[in-house]
Design a protein around this ligand. Structure first.
Ligand SMILES: Cc1ncc(COP(=O)(O)O)c(C=O)c1O
Length: 385
């Protein structure tokens, strides 16, 4: 969150850039780690949310493992110094080269998402003379009550293996050479704000674990994914997400014996510590009377609004105007969907003013692209200012 002093310092910097509040990241990690330790829960950071090396360094210093979604993410985690024994790797379409790499690095678990993937992994592990620990990513058919674009655990989703298919093929799966099928994994979606959804999740997991055991699987751990949401509407009211509540819910509803429980949070760890700082380039009014603020960033820096209608709170951090105006804030990319928000109430804003798009630490910089040959956004860290 940006203090008065910081605002003055930002004014002289070239825009756009991501500003990371390292104190807030520290506070968030302290909260996550201390709440998880109450129950002995194991935390992995979903590295896809943000790959910034300074953020990774701090996350590693708090002892988190990593959750990956590609071979290059596994490589990035290992190069950032994370121990392979804390790395899990899920992904609906892992290529052979990625599987070979993950096998060779001896990571904690590969989370498999189809029967065919299990067979390919088994063949590769056997060929390489290795035994791989596997978690079955189960599709539990749960509605996480979030934006449909970011739900991942409903029956028709591309993610995970249907629970029925696992039970029907349990014998075949258990006998695949080169695999130790020891984990049950699920991830039902992201930006979950209705925490009672985690109660349903526990109820499903309890039944799934019991039935997988009855089908002969020797499960040693359960990974319940990530998904804890953050307050995009009023980030200042909730800078640190409610880890205490979600862990308390899981603790009181999950019945998986003494098995370790793993979490894979991305957004909840880094979402609130990042903001996209951008400058007003031009004011323009459409023929229909709509007032546009054209800023010097776009969907190439922050694609979430264009990709799935995500909301980011926008503030003008340099204007001293008291009069307010309603704006549509648009970016520089050559796409009509390149729009950050409509009807944004801001102080009357002029060329050169700085805007912040808040809560942009997760799935912001990591989703940046070079469309229109834009430069990739750089990082600025609060502790350097
Ligand atoms: C398998 C898996 N785990 C964890 C996450 C992290 O989710 P979140 O950032 O909502 O915590 C994701 C996000 O897509 C995921 O696909």
């Amino acid at each position: 969150m940006i203090s008065r002093k910081l605002k003055d310092k930002l004014a002289g910097l070239e825009t756009p850039f991501y500003l990371y509040d390292m104190d807030l990241l520290r506070l968030t990690l302290e909260s996550a780690v201390s709440m998880a330790s109450r129950y002995g829960y194991k935390l992995h950071y979903a590295i896809k949310a943000n790959y910034d090396p300074r953020l990774l360094e701090m996350i590693r210093s708090y002892g988190l493992g990593i959750d990956c979604a590609s071979g290059n993410e596994v490589r990035c985690a290992l190069e950032a110094g994370f121990d392979p024994s804390g790395v899990v790797y899920a992904g609906v379409g892992k290529k052979e080269s990625e599987l070979r790499y993950a096998i060779s690095q001896g990571i904690f678990a590969i989370n498999c998402e189809s029967l065919e993937e299990l067979e390919v992994l088994s063949a590769l592990a056997t060929e390489m003379g290795k035994t791989v620990t596997v978690a079955l990513r189960v599709n539990p058919d749960i509605d996480p009550k979030t934006n449909h674009c970011i739900d991942t655990g409903q029956a028709d989703s591309k993610f995970g293996i249907s629970y029925e298919e696992i039970l029907e093929n349990s014998e075949r799966i258990r006998q695949l050479p080169g695999l130790r099928v020891r984990g049950m994994h699920l991830h039902i979606g992201s930006q979950i704000r209705e925490l009672h959804v985690f109660e349903y999740l526990c109820e499903k997991v309890n039944v799934i674990v019991e039935n997988l055991e009855a089908a002969g699987f020797e499960l040693e751990f359960v990974d319940v994914g990530g998904g804890l949401g953050i307050n995009y509407d009023m980030p200042e009211n909730e800078p640190v997400p409610n880890f205490a509540s979600v862990f308390a819910i899981i603790h009181s509803h999950l019945r998986v014996g003494g098995r370790p429980v793993h979490f894979e949070f991305g957004r909840a760890i880094v979402g609130q510590c990042g903001e996209l700082i951008t400058r007003v380039l031009y004011n323009k009014t459409t023929a229909t009377g709509r007032k546009l603020l054209i800023v010097d960033s776009s969907m190439t820096e922050l694609i979430r609004p264009a990709l799935y209608g995500a909301y980011h709170n926008i503030e003008n951090i340099t204007s001293a105007e008291t009069k307010r105006e309603k704006y549509t804030v648009v970016g520089t990319a050559c796409e009509s969907t390149d729009k950050f928000d409509e009807n944004v109430s801001l102080p009357v804003s002029k060329r050169g003013d700085l805007l912040t798009l808040k809560s942009a630490g997760a799935y912001g910089q990591s989703m940046a692209s070079r469309y229109n040959l834009h430069d990739l956004p750089r990082s600025v860290y609060s502790e350097e200012l």
